[in-house]
Design a protein around this ligand. Structure first.
Ligand code: 4AD
Ligand code: MG
Length: 430
């Protein structure tokens, strides 16, 4: 492997000789001088190549090079106010690793073209920045849960039964048996509670939803957490602490990245626990005041979430949902059996739902009764009900859509930009 300096390192090596490798971002050539703006994963640097300072092979290479060609340049780093980043490499040697064909992406391309050429569009500064933010987000979420002594576990992706309503599942032919891509790992995490007590996973979930909205992906990364002896109250507290932790760490450690993505750090620095709580009934009332008529037991949809969160600066919880419109596994409020012990977290500025959560039914008879009421076969859930038969304990958990969280944090217009290769109702390529 050849050893190169990254651009960020090279900036620390003024008046020293370095070799850098990257891709041509821009090129300008006149007479005997060529200026290349090269990018690598750490930034951009101007490279000046002068015909009378390099050998014939280097001069030919710079003459031949094109936008997005992969290049290697060796020379002395100079501080230069005229260069776009204040630094310039005075090249002594220049070579092409791979000459690029004319790059198909130029300025002002249609969204469709950029999605067809996604594999190339990812090289843009915007997408590079988002992918870095995404990597930090994964790290910070894991750091938080690890500090709280949660075990990271790995559930199966191929499953026999769903947790969130069968209609939205992708079916696959599993050696002649019908199986599905997982919608949620929750049920498996519950089985791991009697093993490791406090667990989480960060894996893809799949939803065969045809909805073409700015917040639905068919494949998204799902952070799910399950904790023994956690009440719904403990569960909500853990969620708000986690969101505060990642926002504050971004502000503290990723200021320049946020700036390069035009994200105002204040939008994240205000995010501190506790978060406002709105009951389902209060949410309906607030919607009514905004001219949106809702009946008791109506769901709160994407447009409603927008209205409810538009003026908020921090996430809010919507809790005390009617049991009847929630999932089969949610525990009823013993003081108020009409309601489920559950909550959704909604991101502010109109972004809407990012977390779904609840305390789980942990009594065997109650669970068997629930499956029955929801038209589910106990035999399909035999292992899930076994958890209730053999040493059951109260437990709660939540699921967070990582792309939804990133979309809000970076204020992206569309969830597809929060993931490198989005899978949506009308797109499975590249
Ligand atoms: O609200 P959901 O369906 O809840 C569950 O799956 C529970 N089993 C979670 C749990 O308690 N362990 O999904 C959880 C979150 C949503 O709040 C949303 O952020 C995200 O997953 N999500 C999606 N993200 C992108 N595209 C989609 N189609 C999504 N569907 C859900
Ligand atoms: Mg939900």
């Amino acid at each position: 492997m050849l050893k190169f300096s990254h651009i960020k390192q090279a900036e620390q090596s003024v008046d020293k000789e370095v070799t850098i490798a990257g891709w041509v971002h821009r090129k300008r050539q006149s007479g005997g001088v060529a200026f290349i703006i090269m990018r690598d994963s750490t930034g951009t640097m101007q490279i000046a190549v002068k015909k009378d300072k390099v050998d014939a092979a280097s001069w030919k290479a710079v003459t031949d090079t094109t936008i997005e060609s992969s290049i290697i340049a060796e020379g002395i780093v100079k501080e230069d106010k005229r260069a776009p980043t204040g630094f310039e490499l005075e090249a002594a040697n220049f070579s092409n690793t791979g000459i690029s064909e004319p790059f198909p992406i130029t300025e002002f391309q249609s969204t469709e073209l950029l999605l067809d050429k996604r594999h190339l569009w990812l090289r843009s500064q915007k997408m590079t920045g988002i992918l870095k933010a995404r990597a930090y987000l994964f790290k910070y979420l894991r750091d938080f849960l690890s500090e709280k002594q949660f075990w990271e576990v790995t559930p199966p992706i191929i499953t026999k039964a769903g947790g969130e309503g069968g209609a939205d599942m992708f079916a696959i032919d599993f050696f002649g048996t019908k199986a599905y891509l997982t919608q949620s790992s929750q049920l498996y995490l519950e089985a791991l509670v009697p093993v490791l007590e406090h667990v989480y996973d960060l894996v893809p979930s799949f939803r065969a939803e045809k909805s073409r909205t700015v917040k639905h992906l068919a494949e998204y990364w799902h952070l799910e957490v399950e904790a023994g002896y956690y009440s719904q109250e403990d569960n909500m507290k853990l969620q708000e602490d986690m969101i505060e932790y990642v926002c504050q760490r971004f502000v503290k450690e990723q200021g320049s990245l946020l700036q390069s993505l035009n994200v105002d750090a204040n939008r994240l620095s205000v995010v501190k626990a506790p978060f406002k709580r709105l009951t389902y009934d209060e949410a309906l009332k607030q919607l009514k005041q905004n001219g949106i008529k809702k009946e008791w037991l109506d769901d709160i949809g994407a447009e409603d979430e927008k209205v409810l969160t538009e003026k908020e600066e921090k996430p809010i919880f919507i809790y005390k949902w009617p049991l009847k419109i929630k999932a089969f596994y949610m525990r009823e409020d013993p003081d108020n059996p009409e309601f489920a012990l559950c909550s959704d977290m909604q991101a502010p500025h109109g972004h809407g739902e990012i977390v779904g959560s609840s305390e789980r039914v942990y009594d065997y008879k109650e669970m068997a009764d629930r499956l029955n009421k929801y038209g589910l076969q106990e035999k399909d859930y035999y292992w899930y009900t076994d958890i209730r038969k053999y040493g059951t304990i109260p437990h709660s958990g939540f699921g967070l859509g990582v792309e939804r969280l990133l979309k809000w944090m970076l204020d992206l217009d569309h969830i597809r930009d929060a993931i490198p290769f989005p899978r949506m109702a009308n797109r499975v390529e590249p």
